[in-house]
Write a protein that binds this ligand. Structure first.
Ligand code: SF4
Ligand code: SF4
Length: 127
C-alpha cells in the first residue's frame, strides 16, 4: 500500500469473503500468465482450468470460475470455503488486488451494521 493511502477501515479476516462471490472477476492476459506461472502450467491450460467466458451486452470477458459455497451459493474456485480465504493470494488477479480501492468496504460496513443490530459478532446476512 502506498504511504499516502488511507488506512483500511475493514477487516477481511472477519468477513466471509463477499467480494470473492462476485460472478464477474475479470482475468487479464497478465493475470492469466501469473496464474500459469504460479501453478507451473501452460497459459492455455490455466485459461481452460481456471477461467470461463462471461457474455454481456458489452461483449465477452474472461472471468474466474466458481465453485459451490454454503454462504453465498457460489464463490471463486480459489477460495477456501472452510478457512474463508483466498488460496492464491500472491497470484490473485489485478481486480482482487485493487478491491475495494478505498478506505472503506461497502459490504464490511453493511456487515458491521447488521452484526451490531443483531448483537451477534459472527452474524452473516443470508445471500
Ligand atoms: S467484501 Fe470487503 S471485507 Fe469482505 S473480504 Fe472483500 S474486501 Fe474484505
Ligand atoms: S482469486 Fe482470491 S481474492 Fe480473487 S476472487 Fe478468487 S479467492 Fe477472492
Amino acid at each position: 500500500m502506498p504511504a499516502d493511502s488511507p488506512r483500511p477501515q475493514y477487516d477481511c479476516s472477519k468477513c466471509p469473503g463477499y467480494c470473492c462471490s462476485y460472478p464477474r472477476i475479470e482475468v487479464s492476459d497478465a493475470d492469466l500468465k501469473r496464474l500459469a506461472r504460479h501453478f507451473s502450467i501452460e497459459v492455455d491450460a490455466a485459461e481452460k482450468r481456471f477461467t470461463r467466458v462471461w457474455r454481456s451486452k458489452e461483449g465477452f470477458e474472461r472471468v474466474l470460475r466458481h465453485q459451490k459455497d454454503s454462504v453465498y451459493k457460489t464463490i471463486c474456485r480459489f477460495f477456501d470455503t472452510d478457512a474463508r480465504r483466498c488460496t492464491i493470494y500472491k497470484a490473485r488477479p489485478g481486480v482482487c488486488r485493487e478491491y475495494p480501492d478505498r478506505a472503506k468496504c461497502g459490504y464490511y460496513e453493511f456487515l458491521k451494521f447488521e452484526r451490531r443490530h443483531q448483537d451477534d459478532p459472527d452474524f452473516v446476512p443470508s445471500a
